[in-house]
Design a protein around this ligand. Structure first.
Ligand code: HEM
Length: 347
């Protein structure tokens, strides 16, 4: 029996059971939040110098499958391995679940597979850091490169996880083609965030390995020709952040100007702008207080939130133009069929 009409967002061929999709979506959002906690705990491992807490053993901890807590560092490192292990299993479970709930070719399936790939990337980079002893007091350029790679991989993991949750909640597919000017500021802002994040990772290593006793000393370190490369690169981070800020605020303004009347684009563009200014404030505080661990972690939480919000702003802005036909919902089966039409001409 037909009980009403609605805009069906699903462009994939086939059928989606609404109730099952809604349960999956809740789990996917919860999983994103869980991963954010794992990431922050990973930063604590670095900031507290606990990365060698399990020796140079991986996947065992000091050769033990169930580690004996020899030191606080062992507890910190082992708990990070345990929680990230659960995250890895979580991506497998969600991928299997996505394949059961969503039809062939559906974007939730794709996002779940991509999430799994980036989660494997996280595990391999983490294993590499431990096995090659690029942890604790190691000051090598290799460590700087791997930390930067780790940060970029984490950003892509977060992007795939948030897109999986967004698509499962009915978010429409992203279209890059025929989007006019709207796409370019977003591409610029997302790329800029990768540079800011990477330079932030280097700054974080500099702060952890060469703690300064005053802001004056930290600035002198940054400009000293004999200072370590991490310290000399550290000053680029706020510069990149300022330039990227212009791209982020520009992307937010362009998105809401070119998508007038879209409440989701407006909301996300406001969130992105607020988060950017918050991050500037936290960043300056971080520097002024010589990067105490709680402020470092807060700075990372805001960086990840800003990134996730920018991805969502992109998803809402680039979904524009995918008009759909109203279709009927069958009350007996609670199943709807996808009837997407050709996109309308965008701005
Ligand atoms: C868009 C703005 C910004 C973003 C996205 C951002 C992002 C990041 C990231 C991802 C890290 C590495 C965190 C970690 O691995 O633990 C970091 C570190 C750092 N950032 Fe930023 N940052 C921004 C702005 C700023 C500003 C304006 C300043 C200072 C004026 C600043 C100061 C620092 C410092 C001192 C560190 C090293 C200590 C730490 O780990 O927190 N940041 N930033």
């Amino acid at each position: 029996m037909s009980i009403g009409t609605r805009m069906e967002p699903d462009r994939a061929e086939g059928q989606v059971n609404e109730a099952r999709a809604a349960t999956f979506a809740k789990a996917a959002w919860g999983f994103l939040a869980y991963n954010a906690l794992v990431i922050v705990w990973g930063a604590y491992v670095r900031a507290s110098g606990s990365g060698a807490g399990c020796g140079s053993h991986w996947p065992t901890c000091n050769g033990d499958v169930i580690p004996r807590p020899k030191s606080i560092a062992t507890v910190v490192e082992a708990s990070h391995r345990f929680t990230s292990g659960i995250a890895l299993v979580g991506t497998i479970v969600l991928a299997i679940w996505a394949f059961r709930v969503f039809p062939k070719g559906h974007r939730v399936r794709t996002a779940s597979v991509v999430s799994f790939a980036f989660m494997m990337g996280e595990a391999l980079i983490g294993a590499g850091l431990v096995l090659f002893e690029l942890v604790a007091h190691d000051k090598s350029a290799k460590r700087g490169l791997s930390m930067s790679l780790h940060l970029v991989n984490t950003f892509f993991l977060l992007a795939s996880l948030v897109l999986m949750a967004h698509f499962a909640s009915g978010g429409r597919a992203l279209r890059f083609k025929n989007q006019g000017f709207a796409r370019w500021p977003l591409v610029g802002a997302l790329t800029g965030m990768l540079f800011v994040g990477t330079s932030g990772g280097i700054a974080a290593l500099g702060d952890t390995l060469f703690p300064a006793t005053s802001v004056g000393q930290a600035i002198a370190q940054d400009f000293s020709a004999s200072a370590h490369i991490f310290l000399r690169l550290r000053m680029f981070h706020p510069v990149f952040a300022g330039c990227c800020g212009l791209l982020i605020l520009g992307a937010a303004t362009v998105s809401r100007t070119l998508r007038p009347g879209d409440p989701k684009v407006l909301r996300m563009s406001q969130i992105v702008s607020y988060l950017f200014f918050t991050q500037l404030l936290v960043g300056v505080t971080n520097m002024g207080l010589l990067a105490p661990i709680p402020v470092q972690l807060l700075h990372l939480v805001v960086a990840d939130s800003l990134w996730v919000s920018l991805v969502l702003l992109t998803a809402h802005t680039l979904a524009f133009g995918q008009d759909t036909k109203p279709l009927t919902i069958d009350a007996n089966t609670t199943t709807t069929a996808a009837l997407a039409t050709e996109p309308a001409a965008p701005h």
